[in-house]
Design a protein around this ligand. Structure first.
Ligand code: HAM
Length: 421
């Protein structure tokens, strides 16, 4: 049988990579909690209609990137390509809005899109996101954008820029669509094949085409901001003033449209300005989607959120030395003492110490080599001589010192040493 490998674009995260993941997850949980967001977990599988209704039939995600299957001939299910639709479904299903006027939720988990894999772009990738229900903004929008930048800074990611735009309400978008269609029509032949298709389906997306010719044509396109109604303008002005008050720099980018159809008014993306991620420069993106809950058959609820790609953040986070995961590694000199090693290890673990041992036995030298490899600061050696004297030999693998510790005091002494660092 040919060797089985993981599915293309879906990666294993090995134990040695986990400390960085944990650091990232700890930090984002901390920052989200500081802003009043509570965690929610929704299933990775949802009914396909949830995504087609919310993300939009004309988007790349729904059109070509979803992993969809019919479950035992009964109903069409889809591996979630993002978290916003699932959260909105859960918000409605559990009538969360009836318990609290404003709900601030966050989530972390794998998402699935059948994209062409590249650095920072995968078919299974992890997102952390926040969604706030019940507040029409614009202050909460500003708080959210500011939070995202603070979080990136706390992770050591400072080479960033915030792009901001407003799409207005549903009618504005519809009017803008028509205006764009009329504008691009005379240029149809010159547009890239992809943009020609988008001209019919979703002309807004032509604005973020990667083709240089398309970009040149887009220079002359009417800006969405000219189409906003007075209330949209007031909202956008309020958002900008609040960001100014918070001291969060941003650039208004009228060509920012993003690939999901549900946005209304506020739209933002935080990109890295370094070349590290190539075309995948978007670290996070989000916006307001006031129409979604109604679209899904529930009560109209103002909603705003963003999500960030954890792999992309990890590629951007500075490399730091991760703390070791073990406090001590135990070495048994003489295979017949392995039960005693087990008993002592159990005692130490009961005292909260992280302890491992090489229970295969083997030479002291080979066990010492393993101890060093684990990164543990201390090794504890138990041999005939030690047992006879009622002690354990404590080796400081960093200072290269050793001394005997009475068996009854190992847990206390080791805990004190570990606490002292
Ligand atoms: P999105 O822009 O599609 O928005 O994705 C958000 C972030 O997820 C991107 O900025 C990127 O960092 C990461 N990402 C997206 N696709 C991939 C991929 N194939 N591989 C690796 N990372 C990826 C949303 O998903 C919206 N649900 C955001 C939102 C929340 N809007 C309102 N609330």
């Amino acid at each position: 049988m040919t060797k089985l490998r993981s599915v293309k674009g879906m990666n294993d995260i090995l134990p040695e990579e986990m400390p960085r993941w944990h650091r990232l997850e700890r930090e984002l949980t901390r920052v989200f909690a500081l802003h009043g967001y509570a965690e929610v977990r929704t299933p990775v599988l949802e009914k396909t209609a949830l995504f087609t209704h919310s993300i939009g039939e004309a988007t790349d995600i729904v059109n070509k990137e979803m992993y969809t299957f019919v479950d035992k001939g009964e109903e069409s299910l889809t591996l979630r390509p993002e978290g916003t639709a699932s959260c909105a479904r859960a918000y409605l299903e559990h009538s969360a809005g009836e318990r609290q006027p404003v709900n601030k939720w966050f989530y972390v988990g794998p998402m699935y899109r059948r994209e062409r894999p590249a650095r920072g772009r995968y078919r299974q990738f992890y997102q952390a996101g926040v969604e706030c229900y019940g507040d029409p903004g614009p202050y909460v929008d500003a708080e959210m954008i500011d939070m995202s930048v603070s979080l990136l800074a706390a992770l050591g990611i400072t080479e960033v820029r915030v792009l901001l735009n407003s799409l207005g309400g549903k009618e504005t978008r519809a009017r803008y669509r028509e205006a764009l269609k009329a504008f691009f029509e005379p240029h149809r032949e010159a547009l890239s094949a992809e943009s020609q298709t988008r001209l019919e389906l979703n002309p807004l997306r032509i604005l973020d085409s990667k083709s240089l010719t398309d970009q040149e044509i887009c220079q002359g396109a009417p800006p969405i901001l000219d189409f906003l109604g007075p209330e949209d303008v007031e909202h956008f002005d309020g958002l900008r003033a609040a960001l100014d008050a918070l001291g969060t720099p941003y650039e208004v980018d009228p060509s920012l449209v993003r690939g999901l159809d549900y946005y209304t008014r506020t739209l933002f993306e935080v990109q890295t300005t370094s070349d590290e991620l190539g075309a995948q420069s978007a670290l996070l993106g989000g916006g307001r989607y006031d129409g979604m809950t109604e679209e899904l058959g529930g009560k109209a609820t103002p909603s705003v959120g963003f999500a960030m790609g954890l792999e992309r953040l990890l590629l951007m986070m500075p490399v730091t030395e991760e703390p070791t995961t073990l406090d001590a590694f135990m070495i048994t000199a003489g295979s017949e003492l392995r039960s005693q090693t087990l008993v002592l290890a159990k005692e130490l673990r009961a005292a909260g110490l992280r302890v491992d041992a090489d229970l295969r036995g083997g030479s002291v030298k080979s066990q010492l080599r393993r101890a060093s490899k684990t990164g543990a600061r201390f090794a504890l050696l138990l041999g005939e001589g030690e047992v006879a004297r009622g002690v354990v030999q404590l080796k400081d693998l960093v200072a290269h010192e050793q001394r005997d510790l009475p068996l009854a005091e190992v847990a206390r002494e080791l805990a004190a040493l570990v606490a002292a660092g």
